[in-house]
Design a protein around this ligand. Sequence first.
Ligand code: AMP
Length: 384
Amino acid sequence: MNLTEQMPVILPGKTIGIIGGGQLGRMMALSAKQSGFKIAVLDPTPNSPCGQVADVEITAAYHDVNALERLAEISDVITFEFENIDADSLERIAEKAYIPQGTNILRITQDRILEKRAIEKSGARVAPYAEIYSQEDLEQAIDVIGYPSVLKTARGGYDGKGQLVLRSADDFSQAGGILGHGPCVLEKFIPFEKEISIIVTRKADGEFRVFPVVENIHVNNILHETIAPAGISELAQVEAIDMAYQLAVSLDLVGTLAIEMFLVSEDEIIINELAPRPHNSGHYSIEACMTSQFEQHIRAICNWPLGQTEMHMNAVMVNVLGEHVDGVIRGLIENPEWKVHFYGKEEVKIGRKMGHITILNPEPAEVLAELEETKIWKDKSIIK
Ligand code: AMP
């Protein structure tokens, strides 16, 4: 096979198939449509955020091989907007479809045990941890790792779900609920200075770009605000970029990888988790960077040269959850500087990501104070 056959350039007019119809798929699709691509999406829910902007909507389960085959038939390239897709089902259509990201990255990132092993193999650090397969493993691990520590299910958890902080032996009795879900990891609780993330995009030919390192503020384990760029030392930035590069090479990455990290001290970073797709902490790039994370992802999977990622201006992104929608609708009239994104989700639920706002400003601290003053996000983020 020659190089061109291995890495076809997908041109405008061709169809990009997206597995997953959420907001990440929608924003990928909107970006791709700007460049003249057609979009086919597979999602179990009709009229999904991505389905609303796609040319073809296939309504079926993600692991439905017939539906995946249909997606493969009409798509010139296939990508995914989330990692909990059945890799075996996807592999079954690999002969008929061009899936440049492959399935290995899915297998790794949907399992915290495989993910941590892969991070360590790349030379990057994770929090001290133990693999837990039984109550005995947990008892032994707690002797080594100590309190406080965090017990996480290896598979299926997100936004803090499937996690338990163990602060003392008293919390031990609750661990059964988590252990019941299958293999777990026990991690040392890290009293981090900041949570930061970096998004890296790599192509099959090895071309590589990173977006600026950003700071993430979570409320109830859900991303609340992203500050771009992160206020961290030059040394920490270089370290984050180095880790991203090592990981991308070690994983033979094609497409986008978001890397969530803890800044432990001024110059010490450890990796918390990975997502093989555009990420909530990269939404600011739509307005703030020369190329958005969505455009970059599409470029990577279509074998276009990657775009520049420098920022036009500093930015703050704030998520709009169900409980914030009314306030934001009222607030947007008075705030022309808000770049308001809504994802078209019909059902408004507390804690559900309904949209986000990006605000460009040379002084992110001013924006954070202004957002605080609106009271829209105050206290209401508590999930009742
Ligand atoms: P995760 O699902 O692994 O991203 O965890 C959700 C959130 O829990 C993270 O964004 C952190 O705020 C917190 N967290 C997770 N693991 C740890 C840890 N080992 N130490 C301290 N905080 C953690």
